[in-house]
Design a protein around this ligand. Structure first.
Ligand code: GDG
Length: 474
């Protein structure tokens, strides 16, 4: 079996406990552990001067290779270009975009440096899998340095509609960079269509059967490969966690009230202000829920270096304070808003006892929390998932209560419906969702991505050819 080389902005170092990490990092580590390989990315350290020294350490079947970033590189690449330009763009928030040419140059520079640092570590038959929007130019940079290995890319966040993407001054450079990969994977068909629509409309690309697209003199395969979770293991974790101390304490603290749970990084794409407002609407217009429901919103802070995230934090503090101030009683507060993280096991137990899982992002590539909530339910007494139509997960979890996250009244209606739904309907809605999750677990996602990438490489040798493969990105 060829060695797998995974490249992502951050990696889960061997000493980091997986229990506090997100599902994705844990899953990538498991995939590497199974196949054996190299995981390359930023160390998480910021140093005074740019560094070219790669630190490697091996644990089990995985070698971890990391590079530090200088403060300037971190600011330009991570804070500005990745998280203040690409993130808002891909989440349809044009008003929040900060575009600076210097930030784009910093983003390119870090990708070039990553490529230069990675090349000496590569073997001829390695399969390289690059993750997410931080690293779009990496494949082209590797090609420029003569790398002819199979290289795949997966975008975890949405690819925006053409008219939105065109707001990016560098749309062409990044579109072209993506075509240097043998395979570009997206979360949903919607993202694939948006990317292909852009290439066809703006570059005269030709799309052929099997998801191949010819653009900029190269042929790339483009596919929807929706990411999954470790369904069975998570279900088992939740079953066990149901009797864990934290879960029991949470149940006792509810005093028989219904629990609504939200778990979202503190990010403006997650629709947090409207979720809390919707609870206020529910309590305002449906008095039967007053003192009968508790909304637990777990939101670990995220990207504090980006100004908009600090603003959002203040906004949510104010809304949560307002709703509690208006409706709380001396022995009950409707909102419990926590800016901290919990272990995966604890989260699983909390999901399991929650009557409603409240997932209402304004845009989301997939949303693993929705999937984790479904997997964690007791099959005999499952809760109700409220799910935004703008999360990739809504394509698979069709029997959730699908909502428009911009519509606060509609969200309040869904909360009421979820809190009062009879058992038979809850089961009828939950079963197909759980089946969908079982049909696409995370290890199958990894295997499928790599299988398509290998297939592509076989076909691709006759399609794109080595000269185009090593062509420089303009
Ligand atoms: C990006 C895309 C796409 C959250 N709080 C805690 C905690 N988490 C875990 C969740 C889940 C993960 O973090 C979050 O994943 P999401 O998918 O919900 O959202 P993003 O972080 O925005 O992820 C997204 C994903 O990539 C994968 O492709 O689905 O669309 O935006 O696993 O459980 N984990 C722990 N403690 C917490 O407090 N341990």
């Amino acid at each position: 079996m060829a060695r797998l080389v995974m490249v992502s902005n951050r990696l889960l170092a061997p000493r980091e406990r997986g229990s506090r990490a997100g599902g994705l990092a844990v899953a990538l580590r498991e995939a590497l552990q199974r196949q054996g390989g190299l995981w390359f990315g930023w160390s998480g350290e910021i140093v005074d001067a740019p560094s070219t020294t790669v630190r490697t350490t091996t644990a089990g079947r995985i070698t971890y290779a990391t590079l530090d970033l200088s403060q300037d590189d971190y600011d330009a690449y991570y804070t500005h270009y990745a998280n203040s330009t690409l993130w808002p763009l891909c989440h349809y928030r044009l008003g929040l975009i900060e575009f600076r040419r210097a930030a784009f140059q910093g983003y390119q520079r870090v990708n070039t440096n990553f490529a230069k640092a990675l090349v000496p570590l590569l073997r001829p038959d390695d399969i390289i899998w690059v993750h997410d929007y931080h690293l779009i130019p990496l494949g082209a940079e590797l090609r420029r340095l003569g790398v002819t290995n199979r290289i795949g890319f997966f975008l975890h966040i949405p690819f925006p509609a053409k008219e939105v993407y065109l707001a990016l001054p560098d749309h062409l450079a990044l579109g072209r960079a993506l075509t240097h990969y043998d395979l570009v994977g997206f979360q949903t068909r919607n993202d694939v269509d948006a990317f292909l629509g852009y290439l066809e409309g703006e570059t005269g690309a030709r799309v052929s059967e099997g998801g191949y697209v010819e653009a900029f003199g190269r042929t790339t395969r483009v596919q929807a490969l929706p990411i999954g979770i470790d369904t069975e293991a998570f279900a088992e974790t939740a079953r066990v966690a149901a009797s864990a101390t934290e879960t029991v304490r949470l149940t006792e603290s509810l005093s028989g009230r219904s629990l609504v749970i939200g778990v979202d990084r503190l990010d403006y794409s997650k629709g947090l202000p409207r979720k809390i407002e919707a609870l206020g609407e529910l309590l305002e217009h449906r008095a039967q829920h007053r003192r009968r429901v508790t909304y637990l919103q777990i939101s670990p802070p995220s990207r504090d270096s980006v100004a908009q995230y600090r603003t959002l934090r203040r906004e949510i503090d104010a809304i949560a304070g307002r709703v509690n101030g208006r409706y709380a009683e001396f022995d009950w507060a409707p909102v419990r808003y926590l800016n901290k993280s919990f272990s995966r096991g604890t989260l699983a137990g909390f999901y399991r006892i929650a009557h409603v899982g409240f997932v209402a992002p304004l845009r989301d590539g997939m949303n693993l929390v929705a999937k984790e909530y479904v997997a964690a339910q007791n099959p005999e007494d499952p809760g109700v998932l409220i799910l935004s139509r703008f999360a990739g997960a809504a394509r698979e979890l069709e029997t959730a209560l699908i909502v428009n996250p911009f519509d606060v009244d509609g969200l309040a209606d869904a909360l009421h419906r979820g809190l009062t739904m009879p058992l038979s309907e809850r089961i009828a809605r939950w079963e197909p969702m759980f089946d969908a999750l079982r049909a696409n677990p995370i290890d199958a996602w990894c295997d499928q991505f790599l299988a398509v990438l290998e297939e592509r490489a076989e076909l691709g040798s006759g399609v794109s050819g080595s000269t185009e493969r090593s062509a420089a990105v303009a």
